[in-house]
Design a protein around this ligand. Structure first.
Ligand code: FAD
Length: 508
């Protein structure tokens, strides 16, 4: 058997995507690969991307990262979910939290009983049956894998962190595992004349960095995947019309909340992401419906603390690269596509791309079936997340032109089917390996006033008194155990408090 193993990997770009790729590959395959990462301080990184979902804990575990050290060094806080304000109707709010809600019983999900309980007037708000939501509302947090002496899941959590500090943290992990960093701006790219594969990237100083596999983490510009290979981009602006964000950082005015806030505005929505030393804020909006000046003013009018940076505008086009893997180039991060940060999925998509890259890791023959399968799986991952984000926009009862357009637009087929099934039967089924599970869809649908015509017939197996007792027991256990948790602030102080950042005058 001839040896066609790949030994030389070049990562282009040192933002979150580049350093996540370098850290994961060096932790898992570092003894078999030479991994070099090229980045340019002059160009810098996008510098946003601060909220995550729980899967990031698996990624950090894979890289051997200690969680308390990671939170401390990235000025991180804990995230239990997202508080959606003004999304269904102005003045309303609901939470999409991580983890289970209630407890399934006799083959059907908890929420089928909740739907019946709601009809019979014996159910409280859905969030009252969620340990995560109770803890979030009380601003409490703890690492509790299961509620003791019950069948109920414990706290499911992710993090908020400073994205540039996370990249630095991962850099240390990657370099400790053998990855090498090269500083310099790439000025040109060399290709193989026969098969078109990239053979080297050439820096402004003339140094050529040769490789067999190139991972394009160069951000929105897509240096290799687009500028060089002209792969093409699928534009989803007609479903997700927001095309710009304006971001600003503020001083903290209170202890950091253990959840992200997402506040809908007339032509988009605003994020608030609390870190230990400051809060990240941004307004994602549609330039077809609001000017940049107006959007900036909406953001500035809705800050809680004093700004510590000038507003910064970031344009984007929602969509994905037609192929994430083209020839011997694999795009990760912003170079592979972008879906707005409403459910904090971009960093997850980087992690997902890395996991898929490891399982599809090629040799120098780059088997076309392997490349094609990788691309199909990545496209599926993107499309299902896209549909979940579209759901938030479609399920609105607001009356501004932006929201009316979204409520009346034609939906992607898979999403349309999912909504129809839910409205007619109360059922939700996860499609293959899609990221968001049934309970996540349920929270958004109910939270934005999309109610089904009926519930599962098995939920009728309990008498009305039994149903009321079942719901009451869960509610009581969840409330009592949430009260026992320390405050989020106290938990951080005790386990992972960060030092105030140098030279900014900012205190936590
Ligand atoms: P970048 O950070 O842009 O890095 C690109 C790298 O390539 C840099 O190191 C640059 O120096 C290098 N480079 C480029 N050209 C060259 C060259 N010619 N030579 C050498 N080096 C070069 N994600 C989340 O998960 N949660 C969030 O809350 C979230 N919020 C977001 C909000 C906004 C407004 C935006 C736009 C994105 C958000 N994201 C979020 C996405 C997240 O920011 C990105 O997924 C993440 O930062 C990865 O970026 P990147 O590494 O792909 O690109």
């Amino acid at each position: 058997m001839s040896d066609s193993r790949i030994r030389d990997v070049v990562v282009v770009g040192g933002g979150t995507a580049g350093w996540m790729a370098a850290a994961a590959l060096s932790a898992t395959m570092g003894d078999k690969l030479r991994i070099r990462l090229v980045e340019s301080e002059q160009i810098g990184t996008v510098g946003v991307g601060e909220a995550t979902i729980p899967a990031i804990r698996l990624f950090n575990g894979l890289c051997g990262i200690d969680e308390n050290a990671f939170v401390r060094e990235t000025q991180g806080t804990f995230k239990l979910g997202i508080d959606f304000v003004n999304w269904g109707r102005v003045g309303e709010s609901y939470m999409h939290v991580f983890g289970q809600i209630g407890q399934s019983l006799d083959l059907i999900e908890f929420w089928q009983y909740w739907l019946r309980g709601r009809e019979e007037g014996v159910a409280e708000d859905l969030g009252r049956y969620s340990f995560n939501e109770e803890a979030a509302r009380l601003q409490r947090f703890g690492r509790v894998p299961r509620i003791p002496n019950t069948q109920l899941d414990g706290i499911a959590y992710a993090f908020h962190f400073d994205a540039s500090l996370y990249a630095k943290f991962l850099r240390r992990a990657a370099e400790a595992s053998g990855a090498k960093r090269i500083e310099g701006k790439i000025a040109s790219v060399r290709r193989n004349g026969e098969n078109g594969h990239v053979t080297a990237v050439v820096l402004e100083n003339g140094e050529a960095i040769e490789g067999e596999l190139f991972i394009d983490c160069s951000g929105f510009r897509g240096l290799l995947i687009e500028q060089e290979l002209e792969t093409g981009y699928e534009d989803w602006t007609h479903w997700l019309p927001c095309d710009r964000a304006v971001a600003v950082q503020t001083r903290n005015v209170a202890p950091p909340r253990p959840y992200t806030q997402s506040i809908a505005h007339p032509a988009g929505w605003q994020w608030r992401i609390p870190l230990q030393h400051r809060t990240g804020n941004g307004h994602v909006f549609s330039t077809a419906h609001m000017s940049e000046d107006e959007a900036t003013q909406v953001l500035l009018d809705n800050l809680e603390g004093e700004p510590i940076t000038d507003p910064r505008v970031i344009p984007f086009t929602t969509g994905m690269r037609k192929k994430a893997w083209n020839a011997n180039v694999i795009a990760l991060g912003l170079s592979s596509g972008f879906i707005e940060p409403l459910e904090s999925t971009s960093i997850h998509l980087i992690q997902n791309g890395i996991a898929r890259l490891i399982s599809h890791f090629p040799d120098r023959n780059f088997a076309p079936a392997n490349v094609e399968t990788y691309n199909r799986r990545i496209a599926y991952d993107y499309e299902r997340i896209r549909d979940f984000i579209i759901l938030h926009y479609w399920a609105n009862q607001r009356d501004e032109p932006f929201w009316t357009y979204l409520r009346e637009m034609e939906l992607p087929e898979v999403l349309r089917r999912k909504i129809d099934l839910f409205k007619d039967t109360g059922r939700i089924f996860r499609e293959q390996e899609e990221l968001f599970v049934e309970v996540g869809w349920f929270q958004v649908l109910i939270g934005q006033n999309i109610l089904p015509d009926t519930y599962h017939p098995l939920a009728d197996a309990l008498t009305k008194d039994e149903l009321a007792g079942f719901l009451r027991d869960i509610r009581t256990i969840v409330a009592a155990n949430a009260q026992k948790l320390p405050s989020h602030e106290e938990f951080i102080t005790r386990t992972c408090a960060a030092a105030p950042p140098q030279g900014t005058g900012v205190t936590a």
